[in-house]
Design a protein around this ligand. Structure first.
Ligand code: MLT
Length: 266
């Protein structure tokens, strides 16, 4: 489905009825990373999986973006769908968007799900590396280095990479569907993202933190930091998973998610 919000066209999946749950994808992915969650939740919840601008079915925008822009796009989609309050679930970069969403639209957040994400900003060196990569992507008009060089090798555990080639290939295809301008815009947004550590203790809504036990991009220590600082947080560690937990261990991820969602409704 597509919605026109302002001058932007945003792709999204919407299924089911009940408490709205919004799923925000990571880098450099799109809404299809959530297919198992949409299936599992749609029986009891109104699930909305969004394509951030430039990704999936959303219109490609050449202008640079930041996490606040992505967050406001999600809010505009919710307004379009007449959803005043939702559970906001973000994976990795989607978690950075969720933090921005919470800062900008706290009244629209019923609860937060922070999956394989972290609150700290990039170091100066890491941010510079991302900006260099953004330029390289634009110059070469290719995202091979990002997908096969940097991201894909760290998405899954060694065991999955060896034994589940089909899953790895599926993730690769989702990544390769992301156009050059979106990958470059994401990298600049990632590099410039705000420090969300001070946000943690201001989060008053129920929060679920999920992390793959073997995640190297946003490791366990980051999840534990969030769990310690967010007043009303619950932490779920998923065994046999690295970074891309919703795709690598969908059953365990869905179990943690539904347990949390069910606890919100009396
Ligand atoms: C993501 O997986 O969405 C991001 O790449 C995480 C990051 O690089 O900080």
């Amino acid at each position: 489905m597509k919605a026109t919000v302002g001058d932007l066209e945003l792709g999204y999946i919407q299924q089911g009825q009940g408490q709205p749950v919004v799923l925000i994808h990571g880098f450099p992915l799109n809404k299809s990373m959530w297919e198992h969650q949409v299936q599992a939740l749609a029986g009891r919840y109104r699930v909305v999986a969004v394509d951030l601008r430039g990704h999936g079915e959303s219109r490609v925008v050449e202008a640079p973006a930041d996490m606040d822009t992505y967050a406001d796009d999600v809010k505009a989609l919710l307004d379009h769908l007449d959803i005043s309050q939702a559970v906001i679930a973000g994976f990795s970069m989607g978690g950075y968007v969720a933090f921005a969403f919470y800062r900008r639209h706290p009244g629209a957040v019923k609860a937060l799900v922070l999956a394989d994400t972290r609150p700290q900003p990039d170091t100066a060196e890491a941010a510079q590396g991302r900006r260099n990569t953004a330029q390289m992507v634009l110059d070469s008009q290719a995202i091979t280095g990002v997908v096969d060089g940097t991201m894909l090798p760290r998405m899954f555990t060694e065991a999955t990479a060896k034994n589940n080639l089909q899953l790895v290939e599926h993730a690769r295809q989702i990544m390769y569907a992301t156009p050059v301008p979106a990958v470059s815009a994401d990298l600049l947004a990632l590099a410039g993202r705000a420090d969300s550590v001070p946000t943690l203790e201001t989060i008053t809504c129920p929060t679920l933190i999920v992390v793959g036990e073997e995640d190297q991009i946003t490791p366990l220590a980051d999840a534990e930091l969030m769990a310690a600082r967010i007043p009303n947080a619950r932490l779920e560690k998923i065994p046999g998973a690295a970074h891309l937990v919703p795709m690598e261990q969908p059953a365990a991820f869905n179990q943690a998610l539904t347990r949390f969602l069910d606890s919100l409704t009396p």
